[in-house]
Design a protein around this ligand. Structure first.
Ligand code: BG6
Length: 513
């Protein structure tokens, strides 16, 4: 993995979709943060391409506002000047205006004459534009590596289904090789994602226990308080399984369950992750709520505010059956995980915002020794991905005193408390890795292919079995049936009600940082 290196070679960051939401909210603030941390080469430029008729100056001013509003770093005039002076806005229609690509080529050739030969193209555009843009870039010779590297970052979603994703992939790989394609899944850029690898593979105490002999089950949850917002049209054709499970949740699942890679290089890591997805047991033909529960939010109260139900959101079809919540039980049919259920839960408009992975170990073997008078519980290792970052390990200890009582002690590492909210944001990290040429934090085609295949098979079984879509009020924990899914197995969701207060009470979260 080529991490840890400060890139030295000059480069041009070419953004398609410069006037879109993502550029102002994430991309330019990420470049600003990298400049702030001195992680960019001396010489870099930004060519921002959009369909609106702006001058470079207008665009620079808009981006200054965006940086002031969205960057985690404080605003420093000197740093911003450096970024701003490198920004040029180019106005053309990516599909209709073929001449625009000549102008782009001309601009890049001019920069090449000043010694900047490396180009990172970022496609922050609607998915339907990925293929036409890459095709034009290729036609104009903009992807051939003569004297510098040429890489393309593709935003998600990568296709709407397996067939479309495969067709898109064919066009991309026809234009440039797999190792130069960087498919975004921003969960891979989250700080704790990489920390899972570190915790698993650099601590001897965990790996010997990381299997069916010691682990009872695993829970992965991403709970959101937001609804679909302005993305109703996209979401209604997508649903929770494709929006969250097929990508983010499967990435978390595979990093937790994969075998140790031979090296921490992208090919090795990706190969191990793919093996996990391929080992997922297909859902039974006659699917039931013992395996999966789906839901859709109705109106309710979130964080003290009244919010509309999914069916009232803009651009959602009348009477839509698109699920916004899913709880699933998965099995990985390999030697390490045979018999260990993986419970996944994700939903919009829930009572909390958090992403967590909980590893629950088997019941303590010595439990019988204490049974009559003690409450020895299973050990828990939990990774907190957001909003607070860290992990904790829960173990049994004797409560001080003259009685033999047990308490659960927590060995807790709250990164947010220790380091403040200073973790690089996902986009910052991902852009830096793309500049470094490290694509291990991006999704490989084989992984995508395998996960699309699995989710499409699941969706066709859901349709065949006409699975019920439960309604749940916004601001709740989700449908009751999801609680039953895990409780039928004699287990329960961890921290479903209030994980944040749970952490605050234990002092592991300090709100004053
Ligand atoms: C996106 C999904 O990929 O991830 C959104 O399209 C979702 O629907 C978002 O809200 C969640 O990301 P995060 O980083 O806020 O957990």
């Amino acid at each position: 993995m080529k991490t840890g290196v400060i890139p030295e070679k000059p480069f041009v960051f070419v953004i398609f979709g410069a006037t879109g939401d993502l550029t102002g909210r994430k991309l330019i603030p990420a470049i600003y943060a990298l400049a702030y941390d001195n992680l960019l080469p001396e010489n870099f430029r930004i060519l921002a391409i959009g369909r609106r008729d702006y001058t470079s100056e207008t665009f620079q001013n808009m981006m200054e506002e965006a940086v002031r509003e969205y960057s985690q770093k404080c605003f420093m005039e000197k740093v911003w000047e450096r970024v701003k002076n490198g920004i040029t806005y180019i106005n053309f229609d990516f599909v209709a205006d073929k001449d625009g690509y000549f102008r782009l080529k001309h601009a890049l050739d001019n920069l090449s004459e000043t010694g900047i030969h490396n180009h990172l193209f970022y496609l922050a555009v609607a998915p339907g534009l990925f293929a036409p843009i890459v095709t034009e870039l290729k036609k104009n010779g903009l992807l051939s590596e003569g004297n510098g590297w040429k890489r393309v970052i593709i935003e998600k979603p990568f296709g709407e289904n397996l067939e479309k994703a495969a067709a898109l992939n064919n066009i991309l790989t026809d234009a440039l090789p797999e190792e130069r394609i960087y498919r975004i899944d921003h969960y891979l850029g989250k700080e704790m994602f990489q920390n899972i690898l570190t915790l698993r593979f650099s601590n001897n105490i965990f790996e010997p226990l990381w299997n069916r002999f010691h682990i009872d089950h695993v829970q992965i949850s991403i709970a959101e308080t937001v609804g679909v917002g302005s993305r109703g049209g996209y979401y209604d054709n997508t649903g929770v399984l494709k929006d969250m499970v097929q990508n983010h949740m499967f990435q978390l699942l595979s990093i937790i369950a994969m075998e140790p890679p031979v090296k921490l290089d992208s090919d090795y890591i990706r190969n191990e992750k793919i093996r996990v997805i391929r080992a997922l047991r297909p859902f039974p033909v006659s699917l039931s709520e013992r395996e999966i529960v789906l839901g859709q939010y109705t109106g309710g109260i979130v964080n003290g505010e009244a919010v509309p139900g999914y069916l009232q959101e803009k651009n959602v079809a009348h009477g839509s059956k698109t699920p916004t919540f899913a709880a699933l039980k998965l099995w990985i049919d390999n030697y390490r995980w045979q018999g260990v259920p993986f419970y996944l839960l994700t939903g919009k408009r829930l009572n909390r915002r958090n992403a967590e992975i909980v590893i629950q170990f088997r019941e303590p073997l010595g439990r019988k020794l204490y049974n009559d008078y003690c409450d020895a519980r299973s050990n828990i290792l939990a990774f907190r991905i957001q909003p607070y970052e860290g992990f904790y390990f829960q173990i049994n200890a004797k409560k001080p005193g003259n009685f033999y009582e047990m308490i659960q002690a927590n060995m807790d590492y709250c990164q947010t408390t220790t380091y403040g909210n200073n973790s690089p944001e996902a986009y910052e990290k991902l852009i830096l890795e793309a500049i470094r040429g490290n694509n291990s934090l991006f999704t490989g085609w084989d992984e995508l292919n395998a996960s699309w295949y699995y989710i499409e098979d699941l969706e066709s079984k859901i349709n065949r079995n006409s699975l019920h879509i439960h309604q749940y009020p916004a601001g709740s924990v989700g449908p009751e049936a999801a609680v039953r899914l895990i409780e039928n197995d004699g287990r329960s969701w961890w921290n479903m009600y209030d994980s944040i207060n749970f952490c605050k009470e234990r002092g592991s979260i300090n709100e004053n940082i």
